[in-house]
Design a protein around this ligand. Structure first.
Ligand code: OGA
Ligand code: ZN
Ligand code: ZN
Length: 454
């Protein structure tokens, strides 16, 4: 166990260095052309549905960027605290001296293969000023001689990408996390799809799939071989599976003495998986190996952020209750001969510092009967939860999809709630294999592909 962890850490480190080298070549050449075009489409999709509160205003992002920029002039600004660059293409940006000195790219300040800053905070003079600022290479570079004797050069492209203005910062944000596009029942007409054989072979297809997963939170992968082990195969292209007390992968089938309601043939109300874990699995994969051929077995899927936006616009008080009341979720049982007792506490709707929904924890099956709130708040909380549930159940706000054998539904587990219609065992078996991914790995892979696969 120790050895494995050690090996994994070392392997992780190697990967990191390789990815960073790819980034270097990108940074010294051009900036994300095709990928950024993709961003534009998603931004405008996001803005089309951004009528409700909570959705970050992406503004008029210029995701095109410029392959190459030059400076018209580079000099001290009027207060002599910043570098003022006027671009040959128009526009002006300011770069504070302390930031420039902190980000000197010379090999003694910045390690060229690890791409890490070598300067210590100890050595950083917060009041540093230049003794000279000189444009070079016809405006492609600026050279700065600092008062402490150090000499730095910065390329126009490098500065332009990092400019302290909204367009540049939005572009970077789009690369960090593309804006989400929220949906209701209309998604069924244009269900995002990918092909399993293509994902295994083609990096552009893999990029498109991962990006779509971030934007829509749901992609149906088709043409997967109908045998177990395929989730492992796909995961090898992305990163690692996230293990839980149900294992690295789990088998969803009607089982005798089931330890989870999913392992029966009963219907499952819409839910997010494993809210009793501190780190709720980010992404879920469900591979349909055998589908139930009678009536039933369909999946029900809802974008709970979309439902949350409806809730906040119609009942802000109820939305507030669901974001501020902490709820316990638990899971007790035996899996593979090992006992488990998972228990965690979180609100049903969790919002980030910007007020955007960042996680929905909705699972009636494993919500605890212990409720750490005051008795007078209980009825109001149930009322808020039931309103949220009614919005989710509105036919306009969810889709029904019966997986074909060979489909894998891949979805954001803390955003896209999933359920299942019950089925009669008499009509044959239904067999799924499930697993989880983490966003950090998925996004990291998407970003690397965004740079290298185009
Ligand atoms: C689950 C689950 C859905 C299905 O295993 O958590 O929700 O279609 N399964 O069986
Ligand atoms: Zn330096
Ligand atoms: Zn589930």
């Amino acid at each position: 166990m120790q050895a494995t962890r050690h090996l994994m850490t070392r392997a992780g480190h190697c990967l990191r260095v390789r990815a960073r080298l790819a980034l270097t070549s990108h940074l010294t050449t051009t900036s994300l052309p095709a990928a950024q075009n993709m961003c534009i489409r998603e931004v405008s999709m996001g803005q089309a549905v951004a009528s409700q509160h909570l959705i970050r205003d992406s503004g008029n992002q210029d995701c095109l960027g410029k392959a190459s920029v030059t400076m018209h002039s580079a000099a001290a600004n009027s207060t002599s605290t910043m570098l003022q660059v006027c671009w040959a293409e128009g526009g002006m940006d300011l770069f504070p001296y302390v930031w420039l000195r902190d980000n000197c790219q010379c090999p003694s300040c910045f390690h060229p293969t690890t791409l890490s800053r070598k300067i210590s905070m100890e050595d950083l003079n917060l009041d540093i000023i230049p003794t000279s600022i000189q444009m070079a290479n016809g405006g492609e570079m600026v050279e700065i001689q600092w008062l402490d004797g150090h000499f730095s050069t910065y390329s126009a492209n490098w500065l332009h990408e990092r400019a302290f203005n909204k367009a540049s910062q939005d572009r970077r944000d789009c690369f960090r996390r593309p804006p989400q596009s929220f949906w209701g029942s209309e998604l069924l007409e244009s269900l995002p799809r990918a092909s399993f054989p293509e994902l295994l072979e083609d990096n552009v297809a893999l990029f498109t799939f991962l990006q779509q997963l971030e934007v829509t939170g749901l992609v149906v992968v088709s043409d997967t071989p109908c045998c177990s082990g395929q989730i492992h195969q796909l995961s090898k292209r992305v990163g690692y599976l996230m293990p839980t007390h149900y294992g690295e992968t789990f088998t969803v089938q009607n089982k005798i003495n089931a330890n989870n309601l999913a392992y029966t043939s009963s219907s499952l109300d819409m839910h997010s998986d494993q809210p009793f874990l501190t780190h709720v699995p980010d992404i879920q994969l469900l591979h349909c190996i055998t589908q139930y051929h009678g009536e039933g077995g369909e999946n029900v899927l809802a974008d709970s952020y979309h439902a949350g936006h409806i809730l906040v616009s119609q009942h802000p008080d109820k939305f507030h209750i669901l974001t501020t009341t902490l709820v316990d979720f638990y899971d007790v049982g035996l899996e593979d001969g090992k006992e488990y007792f998972a228990l965690d506490r979180k609100p049903v709707i969790s919002v980030n510092h910007e007020g955007n929904i960042q996680q929905v924890n909705f699972n009636t099956m494993v919500r605890d009967s212990f409720f750490m709130t005051s008795a007078d708040k209980v009825a109001g909380w149930y009322d808020a939860l039931s309103t949220f549930y009614r919005i989710l159940k509105d036919p306009q706000n969810h889709i029904e999809y019966k997986m074909n054998e060979g489909d894998i539904i891949v979805f954001d587990n803390t955003r896209v709630l999933h359920g299942r219609k019950g089925y009669e065992m008499a009509h044959g078996d239904r067999h799924l294999e499930g697993g989880y991914w983490e966003w950090d790995q998925v996004r990291s892979r998407r970003r690397s592909l965004q740079i290298t696969a185009h």
